[in-house]
Design a protein around this ligand. Structure first.
Ligand SMILES: Nc1ncnc2c1ncn2[C@@H]1O[C@H](COP(=O)(O)OP(=O)(O)OP(=O)(O)O)[C@@H](O)[C@H]1O
Ligand SMILES: [Mg+2]
Length: 165
């Protein structure tokens, strides 16, 4: 039987026969306010309970707001590494604001892979959340190009053994 990874949401883990299948990428879909961001965070917080490291790449919400939301649930935001990749209000540019690579690369699928690759060595996360794919889609004018580019990190992470949620 495939190894299961608990999301931390009791009812969901029961429905999933113990949790998500380890080593797989999952796409969480739902309308605004459905709870996708909170589910992603809870998935990482659950990992912390097992001494796993969690990485959250936020393309939607600024880190300060995310941290407030995490703390509101009684979780410790310091336990999770958050990369802020939200759009700069002034310039409209999306940068991957990571402290591990020297410069702050502009947001692209290739650069997300670079940053994750770097963190897999330096931080060693076993759970990764990218919030959201919808934001990545905004970087593309054409769907086929996005599909092609997105397969690359999915396959890369499968090999790296740290699936995104
Ligand atoms: N399990 C939960 N228990 C209590 N409140 C929740 C839960 N999940 C989400 N919420 C609340 O619902 C609101 C919306 O949740 P969240 O930000 O996760 O939605 P979302 O699906 O990410 O929305 P968006 O598409 O706008 O990003 C938040 O205020 C959050 O605190
Ligand atoms: Mg959200």
């Amino acid at each position: 039987m495939a190894e299961r990874v608990k999301t931390g949401v009791k009812g969901l883990d029961e429905m999933l026969n113990g949790g998500l299948i380890a080593g797989r990428p999952y796409l969480v879909s739902g309308g605004p306010g459905a709870g996708k961001t909170v589910l992603g965070m809870q998935f990482l917080v659950e990992g912390v309970k097992n001494k796993e490291r969690g990485l959250y790449i936020s393309l939607e919400e600024p880190v300060s707001e995310l941290k407030e939301d995490i703390e509101a649930f009684g979780w410790n935001s310091r336990d999770i590494k958050i990369i802020d990749s939200t759009q700069d209000a002034g310039s409209g540019i999306w940068l991957l604001k990571t402290d591990t690579v020297m410069s702050k690369p502009e947001l692209s699928v290739t650069n997300i892979i670079k940053v994750i690759n770097d963190l897999l060595v330096n931080y060693k996360p076993t759970r990764i959340v990218i919030d959201s794919v919808t934001s990545i889609r905004l970087l593309y004018e054409r769907q086929p190009e996005m599909r092609r580019d997105m397969l690359s990190p999915i396959n890369f992470l499968k090999k790296a053994d740290a699936p995104p949620l």
